[in-house]
Write a protein that binds this ligand. Structure first.
Ligand code: NDP
Length: 241
């Protein structure tokens, strides 16, 4: 892995940051992005190990292409892409605004598509690469109040399986990780009752950490996972069983 270049989208906080940290600790050339230069630079500096931070809004296909060019110039072509950046705009469907639907699909699904397309060019040419898409158990099971998020995350599973088939002959694997309830800024917005209810349904009896998810991502990026493609790996303490 040490000769590889990893790009984690949404690496300024939470799960993405833990992924970037895990790779940098391993000695891998690590790049991360976020929507602001300051947050991306600060996260990269905190992580250390030569990690590099980039400002890139993944909802902008032009910015995504520029990001991949810049990473290639600084570290080399991306060998491992972790499509992690994501947002929520929760609400019941009858009250959901077009803007909330569009923002969640644009970030969580279209953004991942732009990044996969940008990464694939070099990966297919080099006949090797790893793409790991951060889906969610909500994409597998649905969730009242999260129709936009569930649709985007289910879309990521379809994207993952399709690209796994398209890219397999070039030794590019594409897998999805589906976290359950992980303690980050994203889940901080839940009410105490929602948190308690979620916790009570987790067989392993605890909330997940960003590091729990990063360990799965690290495995799927490793040589040990070379024969795994099109897989959907839940990291949820058994919640979605
Ligand atoms: P956080 O809200 O803590 O972090 C989200 C990250 O995404 C930040 O680094 C943010 O960077 C980045 N981001 C958001 N929009 C964009 C954008 N347009 N362009 C670039 N970066 C962007 O979320 P989590 O760490 O909790 O979640 C990470 C992923 O895991 C998401 O895809 C989420 O859906 C998924 N997930 C999380 C679960 C959980 O329980 N926490 C459960 C299941 C899945 P910045 O703000 O600096 O731009």
């Amino acid at each position: 892995m040490v000769d590889k270049v990893v790009l984690v989208t949404g690496g300024t906080r939470g799960i993405g940051r833990a992924c970037a940290e895990a790779f940098a600790r391993e000695g891998v050339k690590t790049a991360l992005c976020g929507r602001t230069e300051a947050a991306a630079q600060e996260a990269a500096a905190d992580i250390g190990g030569g990690a590099k931070g980039y400002e890139a809004d993944i909802t902008d296909p032009g910015a995504v292409n520029e990001l991949f060019k810049q990473v290639a110039r600084d570290l080399g072509p991306v060998n491992v892409l972790v499509n992690n950046a994501g947002i929520t705009r929760d609400g019941l469907l009858i009250r959901m605004k077009d803007a909330d639907w569009d923002a969640v699909l644009q970030t969580n699904l279209n953004g991942a598509f732009y990044c996969c397309r940008a990464a694939a060019r070099d990966m297919l040419k080099q006949r090797g690469g790893r793409i790991i898409n951060m889906s969610s158990i909500i994409g597998l099971r649905g969730q009242a109040g999260q129709a936009n998020y569930a649709a985007a995350k289910a879309g990521l599973v379809g994207l993952t399986k399709s690209l796994a088939q398209e890219f397999a002959s070039r030794n590019v694997t594409v897998n999805a990780v589906c976290p359950g309830y992980i303690e980050t800024d994203m889940t901080e917005a839940m009410t105490d009752e929602m948190k308690e209810a979620a916790l009570s349904r987790i067989p392993l009896g605890r909330v997940g950490t960003s590091e729990d998810v990063a360990a799965a991502v690290q495995f799927l990026a490793s040589d040990a996972a070379g024969y795994i493609t099109g897989a959907v790996l839940t990291v949820d303490g058994g919640l979605a069983m």
